[in-house]
Write a protein that binds this ligand. Structure first.
Ligand code: DAH
Length: 339
């Protein structure tokens, strides 16, 4: 048996193995060098025919050659495997230094922010925050507030009735409507609670107004009511002037002008000096004794004042918003300006 093939195999194998660039090539090389059809395997098969005396030496030589080549293959495999692992780690790598995608931060709507700002000012004066139903009974929206059946605000042209409205059959009292003002909570609250009263009521109100730059059929009001045994018009003016200073800042100037509301006597409106002009901000007045009588208070013993302001108006005046529709169209480019 000629072992020269083995010698040349042992001479060339290291170079071939070192040249295998990846595991697949190395596997192919393994089967060529030590596989079932390799020269070593072929020589092993021929051992039977060799001279019995030579067999152990030949067998040893073949075994040693196979071991040498296998060791070289294994060593190369370790190198290639760890290189493959490195490459996988590299391609899978998460770059933790990349800037994170920041989720868009939301805000409270300007109307909500304004209501919170106003109620906070009154809360710090000791007022309690209340809320009431948006679908109201005509009795609370009008009758208990000293508003006669003939008052124009009761007509369908101003008020949205929930049930079909029959002007002829109108008896007042039990018709259902979308409240046109937050004032009905004055009556509801006093009916359920004895004096003294210090409440503010933020909420949504509805009127048959046509949508334009200064009108919306849905808007928001904040009602206020203070009742005790000795409340005067001076308390009303002082409280509302304080509110204006807190809300608009220390340079805010206010003035009161006479007005009429069915549920207050006397009634007034408060104006604020803003951007070189007087702006009407709210209606107010001393609670009419008829309202106290309607809710079961003794109008000989208590006095009080009430006021009602439009939230959109406050926000528009304070932030210079020209069109009320900006507050309802929910364009994030506009709303996002008020964080
Ligand atoms: N409710 C009135 C309105 O919507 C506003 C108002 C005026 C409320 C005078 C009051 C008040 O409490 O005393 O126009």
């Amino acid at each position: 048996m000629d072992l020269s093939t083995i010698d040349s195999l042992l001479a060339t194998a290291p170079g071939q193995i070192a040249g295998a660039a990846d595991l697949e090539t190395l596997d192919q090389l393994e089967s060529v060098l030590v596989g079932r059809r390799s020269p070593i395997a072929e020589l092993r098969k021929g051992l039977g025919q060799a001279d019995p005396q030579d067999r152990p030496r030949l067998g040893q030589a073949l075994k040693a050659a196979a071991e040498t080549i296998n060791e070289q293959l294994d060593a190369r495999r370790v190198v290639l495997e760890s290189a493959a692992e490195e490459a996988l780690l590299e391609s899978d790598r998460v770059d933790v230094t990349l800037p994170a995608a920041t989720p868009a931060r939301g805000t409270h709507h300007l109307i909500t922010q304004t209501m919170e700002e106003v109620t906070d000012i009154f809360r710090s004066l000791g007022y309690q925050i209340e809320s009431g139903p948006e679908i109201e009974i005509a009795y609370y929206n009008f009758d208990a507030l000293n508003t006669p059946l003939t008052h124009p605000s009761r007509f369908q042209s101003d008020t949205m009735y929930v049930e079909s409205f029959d002007a002829e059959a109108r008896t007042g009292g039990d018709e259902l409507l979308l409240r046109t003002q937050t004032s009905p909570m004055q009556a509801r609250y006093m009916e359920a609670n004895p004096p003294p009263v210090h409440i503010v009521v933020p909420g949504r109100v509805f009127r048959t107004d046509t949508w334009d730059a200064t009108h919306s059929p849905v808007f928001h009001q904040i009602e206020g009511l203070a009742v005790d045994t000795d409340i005067t018009f001076g308390d009303l003016k002082g409280t509302l002037a304080h509110f204006a200073l807190e809300f608009f800042g220390p340079s805010a100037k206010t003035r009161f002008m006479p007005n009429f509301f069915p549920f207050t006597e006397p009634s007034a409106e408060m104006h604020v000096w803003f951007n070189d002009g007087w702006l009407e901000l709210l209606g107010c007045g001393m609670v009419d004794p008829n309202v106290f009588d309607a809710v079961g208070y003794n109008s000989e013993e208590v006095t009080g004042f009430a006021f009602g302001m439009g939230v959109e108006r406050l926000a528009m005046v304070k932030h210079g918003i020209q069109d009320i529709r900006h507050l309802f169209e929910n364009d994030l480019r506009i709303l996002g300006q008020f964080r």
